[in-house]
Design a protein. Structure first.
Length: 88
């Protein structure tokens, strides 16, 4: 009985999730660009690797020195200095 209930609820949930995922995919495509999905191999049960797919949320935008910019796409407005930026 539980299997049937899970299947029925899962199929109905797809009708709501698929349009939402399409909207998210379009927003990612127009705001960040291509590819829309990020793929990563992770260790799974008993160390067996599996591939996870996620919507891409980070860009490869770089400043004039070639350093990656924060996710907002602009340099830190507070002018924060991080440990790796310290001389010495």
């Amino acid at each position: 009985m539980k299997c049937i209930l899970d299947l029925a609820l899962g199929i109905h949930a797809l009708f709501f999730i698929i349009p939402l995922m399409l909207i998210i995919a379009l927003l990612v495509r127009f705001k960040i660009g291509s590819p829309v999905f990020f793929r990563q191999v992770r260790p799974g049960l008993h160390g067996r690797p599996f591939t996870i797919y996620k919507f891409r949320t980070m860009t490869d935008a770089r400043d004039e020195n070639g350093n990656l910019l924060p996710d907002g796409g602009a340099a830190d407005p507070a002018g924060a200095v991080f440990a790796e930026d310290q001389p010495g």
